[in-house]
Design a protein around this ligand. Sequence first.
Ligand code: URA
Length: 210
Amino acid sequence: MTEHLTIVEHPLVQHKLSLMREADTSTKSFRQLLREISLLLAYEVTREMPMTTKRIETPLCEMDAPTIEGKKLALVSILRAGNGLLDGILELIPNARVGFIGLYRDPETLQPVQYYFKVPDALHDRLTIVVDPMLATGNSSAAAVDLLKKAGANNIRFLCLLAAPEGVARMKAAHPDVPIVTAALDSHLNDHGYIVPGLGDAGDRMFGTK
Ligand code: URA
């Protein structure tokens, strides 16, 4: 991918996102919409994967049929909200390898601190797609990508549902080599770090917590 930021303006994505933004959308509907939208976003983020051909036999003749080249891709979810995107994408790419990164914000330094890290092997040979619905300050996303690069990943894409300009700028400064795919670029972050207009706390909305 050559663009640093891709906004998926497909009508289905935009319609579903608008439903997700509405404050009175139920947990059940929010989860279902996130699953549906994640399939459409996965379609976009996996564009330009290297292809090869394999010789197959149809009922009529032999042909060189296109197939995806290389090792299975890796999906890495940033806990906990990343899991909402992950579940849908796994329906489309059931062979993907899956990793998880847990980060919390140190109350003193406000910097992300890792509490869980488990990722597939041979990341240097895999397209690695990091998933987190909300790219807000970009601090945890940049930290997650740092950790993945240390673990050997060298072909990383970042997939989110909503991005704030602050988060996009942070990622571009820290990781200009990591393309971002999102359904929308919102206006700004408020004083509490929420994306405006946004959709609230994605984790709370998908899991029904407060
Ligand atoms: N995380 C969320 O869940 N929502 C925001 O608006 C920002 C970060």
